[in-house]
Design a protein around this ligand. Sequence first.
Ligand SMILES: [Zn+2]
Length: 255
Amino acid sequence: MARLKEAAASGECVCQGQWGPAAEYLLGLQHVDSKYFRGLVVRALQLGRRKDVNVLVTGAPDAGKTFVFKPLAKIYRSFQTRGQRERFPLQGLPGRDVCVLQDVRYESFGLCWDDWLRWGDGETIMINVPRNVAGAASIEYDGSAPLFATMADVFHFPLAEARQTGRDVERENAQFRSRWRIVDFPRPIPPERRNTALEACAKCAAAWYAEAVQADGLAPAAAQDEPEAAPLLPCLAAAQAPEPQRPQRKRARSV
Ligand SMILES: [Zn+2]
């Protein structure tokens, strides 16, 4: 939290104040409650990687999935997705504060199923590294950097692995889902509302996320008595859906 407030108070705005309104527009478009979503992110920043805490955004192409997490990579020392079919997919993770994993695909990320479960659960994992880097083939990681990821779809336990191991696919899938709060962005941003020039603004995004924390310092989504069976965001009622003709929506530029 301190880092978030510090980034909001210092640094330079690179978006002419447009990042926050664009984020609000986007969440409205996706029928995701803005305070709830920000609460999830702040809660993960506070609690670190663990079950039901890491945040995963799934959804359609061009739905703005990567937009919401991009500034986190500027605000924090972050671990980001490495190349395709990476032999050492978690190399560089130790020492980072957060993980920003954009457009992750199971088959190309290079991390095995069980390690994904351990990583998301907060367990100690062994990270494979080239021998010439660490003098060893693997190093132990027990850091707490929370996971923020975007994917087209939630990972499914590969059928080939299920056949090999005899494990139950549904059970494995449920295990994976339990590591995250999953938020779906099902609606592509209308072409006329897209703004590829809008930069990920660390200052404005930090202010926007920090604003969601209540005066007592507890993120709204951190409530312990939340029903376990509600991993998806509550959808706003249709009447509350954003309407382009609303004046406050007109101020928001495209994402
Ligand atoms: Zn800005």
